[in-house]
Design a protein around this ligand. Sequence first.
Ligand SMILES: NC(=O)c1ccc[n+]([C@@H]2O[C@H](COP(=O)([O-])OP(=O)(O)OC[C@H]3O[C@@H](n4cnc5c(N)ncnc54)[C@H](O)[C@@H]3O)[C@@H](O)[C@H]2O)c1
Length: 269
Amino acid sequence: MPGRLRDRIAIVTGAGSSGPGVGTGKAISVLFAREGARLLLVDADAGRARETLELVRKEGAAAEIAVADLGNEAGCAAAVAAAVEHFGRLDVLVNNVGILGGGPITELSEADWHRVLDVNLGSAVWMTKHAIPAMEKAGGGSILNISSIAAVRGSGSVPYAASKAGVEGLTRDVAVTHGPRGIRVNCILPGHIYTPMVAQMSDEDRELRRRIGVLGTEGTAWDVAWAAVFLASEESRWISGVSLPVDAGNLASMPIAPILRMRGEGPAG
Ligand SMILES: NC(=O)c1ccc[n+]([C@@H]2O[C@H](COP(=O)([O-])OP(=O)(O)OC[C@H]3O[C@@H](n4cnc5c(N)ncnc54)[C@H](O)[C@@H]3O)[C@@H](O)[C@H]2O)c1
């Protein structure tokens, strides 16, 4: 049913896609537009932001772009200010921007640590800090943070894992401090979705990721985006401080279950 975000003013960070195809920022922007939101699309790369802008405008939505590096407070403050300047208020913030980087602890460089933390966690912190006063003026709002199942399962990158776990902590803390002022804060943990961010993987790895999920189907950015529409809209008015996995049941699974399933020995083999 279109119109679930009618007249909501929303910011989506990392609204472009880092390669051909559809990343979560792009998918969220398109579905938000389809549901009636007006959008500020923020990305460090102007070309990527413009690509999403074109798609969003095709949906008939009012939208603008802001080009900013969100890995520092000044970039985040400027992005929030641009949304308020363009649209006069702010109702929804999606902290989607994220990068991969770093690696296991013994190979970690200080530069990788700081960059991944600054972009993945710092951007959510500073965007939230600057968005809250605007949301309070609007009578409340919904903040949605894109974490990852890597927040709760090791995957070989210390800064990525720490930043995504930090995003979950941020979610709960701000949900508690600002819930009484009408601000809801929730978090999505995407699983092994196929987006431009991971497009360099081999076909074999892609197939393994698909088979590991309990549902056995490949997840896309659209799966995350539909969850985002729900958490941004009034349909979730009584939900705050939650972490919602969008992962084909991956986190629900016993560690051995995917292997048994692949051998045809597990439940529903
Ligand atoms: N792809 C997956 O399998 C997966 C799984 C779990 C979580 N996630 C999370 O989903 C989010 C989006 O992932 P995606 O795969 O859609 O990404 P993507 O790489 O397709 O798009 C990310 C966008 O962010 C922009 N960006 C990067 N650094 C920036 C900065 N400093 N300032 C502003 N913009 C910047 C890029 O230009 C790009 O347009 C990330 O937070 C990621 O960690 C992805």
